[in-house]
Every structure is written in structure tokens, then in C-alpha cells.
Write a protein that binds this ligand. Structure first.
Ligand code: GLN
Length: 481
């Protein structure tokens, strides 16, 4: 039963094929059996999961599609009374006194929390190898990474250790692990999901998103977490769509842009052919393919790293051993307390980015680096705007290659350039969905992404659903509760 999608669980629970407690116990059993090897979870919350499941079975909680279904949450999203480490020694013992907005939302739906998942420290990375605690393995090939930074959640869903996961994106951390693990990942429009309770990396880009087995599941989870929240000053007040409505409408007449820069240079042959084949399938389904251009693509990684390091250096200043975070045991002065606490609490990659960020914000370099990056960010946003005048959505690869082999710290720049196809989406604040489109080298999953204008999630789900369900009888989907 743990292989089922969220939607299938919903139907099975409704028809009383099994209880939520039975289902929860199956997932916990699987975690017990497999997770030592897989390394997806930092904390498993068996008791919390079982009692939420029992509540559901007693008919105590609200019945929505997600009620009674077990899931997991990335360890940078605050969960009241449950350790939230951000994959860092700095927050190894941090137990938040409050729930993040998205956790409040899922709890109110009666969701069952199985645990908190592994991630690159403070969401900085693309492989999960930057976690202070463990390396998560790729679910298809354990000699490879699951992607990152939300790699723990993705690996768990792919290995049936949860029905769905919540991850977070600053520059691809939901889409890229989804793509490396053969799953669906949504990076929502900036401002549509509240960041309240999401530990900040680069606040102007951070956004929470779902990782699921199917497109419909993803739309269902998005429905639950989207919405205005006055505790996040960048949360957008508007009427949000029901993302499952119209999902089966197909792509006839849809104008899909293929930006040539995404298919030159860095991309490997296996990824390129998988994505191009998907494009042809869209054409067969009646979509119109249009050649377009995205001239600022090559500037995206350096712009992204300049802005994120700057914001990280400021956001992470609070972890000083006094206000927040790990405190060194022995020190002789206040300066030494700061230095030792931060020196011991943060890992290599985080320190590197704090130093880079402090440099680009310093008086002598501010205009040359940080301000310049902001100018290019506007140019990237402008490129998207222009493109969305020529086509309705964009089809592109997610990552230049399939999942990397574990041990990538020998080539740190590979990970930075590996973000080339994802980060411009975050810089512009637009939504994008990553969906599987076949396999590449050694049978590894390949993902493609569909990118749309701000608040076009419904259209993205519709287009993604059309590809995922090509030729299948999709009328099994009935979202009425
Ligand atoms: N790989 C990118 C980075 O290291 C993206 C991370 C993210 O989206 N959180 O910053």
C-alpha cells in the first residue's frame, strides 16, 4: 500500500480499505527497514504520526484529500516541539516553539507527520552532501546523490518512505532533487506560499514547494499550502486557484517556448534527447512549439550566488551562540565566544558563502558586485517577461546531467554551474514544475521543467498532467470530496 499516490490513498481511506494507522505503521516499518541505508530522515516522529493517524481514524479531524495521509517535511521548516536542525550542527538541538505556516495548514487538514528530512546545511547545496549529519543516497542508484538541497524528502518519497514531501527552493532545491529521483516538484510563484517558519537562507528567493509522485498529487498538496499570511510581509493577498480544476484540459493550442540557450553548451546528450522527445510529444498532443531565446541564461548562476551569499551572510548573523544556535563550551572573551561558536557550528560550504556574502556587501565592493547582480536580476526578469509575450510556457531541462556520483566535493564548481537551468526562475519569482521525462545515463531519471508567468501554476499543472498521462485513461480522477 505504501507505493500508492496521495490520491490513491485518499480513495482507499475513504473506502475504508485500510485505516490511517495501518498506513502510517506501514510507512514507519519501511523507514525502519530502509532508512539507515537511504539516509532520508534526520528525525522520525513515530508517536506524533501514530496519534495523528488515530485522530483521523476516530473521525476527529477535518476530512480533506490529505487527511490521514503520511508525509514528511524538510528540516528547515519549523515544527512545534520537533527538532528542526537545518542540517546544521548550529541548530542540532533547536526545538521550535511554533509551527511554520505550511505546517499549521497541513495539521489543520489532518496530515500525518512521519518526520523531518535531510538537507544540505541551511539549504546550501545541490547534493545533500553538505548536511552535517548524513549523506542521503539516490533511490535509484545508491552510489549517486539524490540532489539537493531537499534531497532527503525526495529520496524518501521515491523509496516509499512517505506519500509526499515538503521541500524548499532558493535556486532549484525542489525541482532538481525531484528530477534526480524521478518525481514531480513545484517551485511556486514567490509570495504564494508563506515563508513564516521557514528558516531563511536568501529571503528574497526562498519558497516552499511540494515533492510528489504524480502531478495531481502535487496540485493537491499545493492547494493545501498556498495562501496569504500576514506574518510574511512578502505573502501575496489574492484569490488562489484550485489547482486541480481544469488539470485534465490538455494542451491543444498551447504555445510552448524552447529557449535555445537551455539546449546548448552545458547540457549532456542524454538529458537533451529526453527533453527534446518530450517536446515532440507535446507537439503530438496539439501544442505549438516555438523557438525562443533567453539571452541572460549564462549570467544567472553568478547573479544568483552573489545575491544569495549576500542575503545569507545577513540572515545567518543571528547564529552567534548568544541569540541563536550552538554555543562553544570554553571561551575567554565575547569575541572568542562568537568565533568559536560560529566556527564549530557552521560547516565549510556555509562559511564559504558567509564570507563571499560579506565581501560583496562590503563598502568597497558593494556597487561592483551586489548592485550589479541586482541589475542583472532585473534583466533576467525582463527576459522572462519578453518570452511570455511570445509563448505561454517554457519547456527546459532541470539539470545539465542526471544525478551526480557521491563524492562531488572534489569539484565544487560543478554544483554551482549545475544550477544554471533552475536559478533564473527563482531570480524572477516565477513558478516552475519539474516532471520526469524518461531516463538517461545508466537508467537514471531525467527531469524537465515547465516555467510560466507569475501565478500560472494552474496552467503548469495542466500541461504537466497532459504529458504525465499521455494515452492513459485519466477520467479516474475525481477531486470531489
Ligand atoms: N543549489 C543551490 C544552492 O546551493 C540551490 C539551493 C536551494 O534552492 N536551496 O544554493
Amino acid at each position: 500500500m505504501i507505493k500508492k499516490s496521495v490520491y490513491e490513498h485518499y480513495k482507499a481511506l475513504k473506502n475504508k480499505e485500510y485505516s490511517s494507522l495501518e498506513l502510517t505503521n506501514e510507512y514507519l516499518k519501511e523507514i525502519g527497514k530502509k532508512d539507515e541505508e537511504l539516509g532520508a530522515y534526520i528525525t522520525v516522529t513515530s508517536d506524533i504520526a501514530r496519534s495523528a493517524a488515530e485522530e483521523f481514524d476516530k473521525g476527529k479531524c477535518r476530512k480533506t484529500i490529505l487527511s490521514g495521509i503520511p508525509m514528511n517535511i524538510k528540516d528547515n521548516i519549523c515544527t512545534k516541539g520537533v527538532k528542526t536542525t537545518c542540517g546544521s550542527r548550529m541548530l542540532e538541538d533547536f526545538i521550535p516553539p511554533y509551527d511554520a505556516f505550511v505546517v499549521e495548514k497541513l495539521k489543520s487538514e489532518g496530515a500525518v507527520l512521519l518526520g523531518k528530512t535531510n538537507m544540505d546545511e541551511f539549504a546550501m547545496g545541490s547534493t545533500c552532501e553538505n548536511s552535517a549529519f548524513k549523506i542521503t543516497k539516490n533511490p535509484v542508484d545508491s552510489s549517486r546523490v539524490p540532489g539537493g538541497s531537499s534531497g532527503g524528502g525526495a529520496a524518501a518519497v521515491a523509496k516509499n518512505e512517505a506519500a509526499y514531501a515538503l521541500g524548499s527552493e532558493t535556486g532549484g532545491s525542489v525541482r532538481q532533487p525531484a528530477s534526480f529521483c524521478g518525481l514531480v516538484g513545484m517551485k511556486p510563484t514567490y509570495g504564494s506560499v508563506s515563508r513564516y517558519g521557514l528558516v531563511a537562507y536568501a529571503s528574497s528567493l526562498d519558497q516552499i514547494g511540494p515533492i510528489t509522485k504524480t502531478v495531481a498529487d502535487n496540485a493537491i498538496v499545493m492547494n493545501a499550502i498556498v495562501g496569504h499570511d500576514k506574518r510574511d510581509s512578502t505573502s501575496v493577498l489574492r484569490k488562489y486557484d484550485d489547482f486541480t480544476v481544469g488539470i485534465k484540459k490538455g494542451v491543444k493550442g498551447l504555445k510552448i517556448g524552447l529557449p535555445k540557450e537551455f539546449f546548448d553548451g552545458a547540457i549532456s546528450d542524454d538529458v537533451k534527447s529526453a527533453v527534446m522527445n518530450a517536446a515532440k510529444e507535446y507537439e503530438k498532443m496539439g501544442a505549438e512549439l516555438i523557438d525562443v531565446s533567453f539571452p541572460s541564461l549564462n549570467l544567472a548562476p553568478s547573479t544568483y550566488y552573489t545575491i544569495t551569499c549576500a542575503e545569507a551572510s545577513s540572515n545567518l548573523a543571528r547564529y552567534d551562540g548568544i541569540r541563536f544556535g550552538h554555543r562553544a563550551e570554553k571561551y575567554n572573551s565575547i569575541d572568542e565566544l562568537y568565533k568559536k561558536s560560529r566556527g564549530e557550528g557552521f560547516g565549510q560550504e556555509v562559511k564559504k558563502r558567509i564570507m563571499a556574502g560579506t565581501m560583496v556587501l562590503s563598502a568597497g565592493y558593494h556597487n561592483e558586485y551586489y548592485k550589479k547582480a541586482l541589475t542583472i536580476k532585473s534583466k533576467i526578469t525582463g527576459d522572462f517577461k519578453k518570452l511570455f509575450g511570445e509563448c505561454q510556457i517554457i519547456l527546459a531541462p532541470v539539470s545539465p546531467t542526471v544525478a551526480y556520483k557521491i563524492g562531488g566535493e572534489k569539484e565544487p564548481l560543478r554544483d554551482y554551474f549545475g544550477d544554471i537551468y533552475t536559478v533564473s526562475v527563482n531570480l524572477a519569482g516565477v513558478p516552475a514544475i519539474s516532471i520526469p521525462c524518461g531516463t538517461g545515463e545508466d537508467g537514471m531519471p531525467v527531469g524537465m521543467q515547465l516555467i510560466g508567468p507569475h501565478f500560472s501554476e494552474s496552467l503548469l499543472y495542466r500541461a504537466a498532467f497532459a504529458y504525465e498521462n499521455m494515452g492513459k485513461a485519466v477520467d479516474i480522477y475525481d477531486f470531489s470530496i
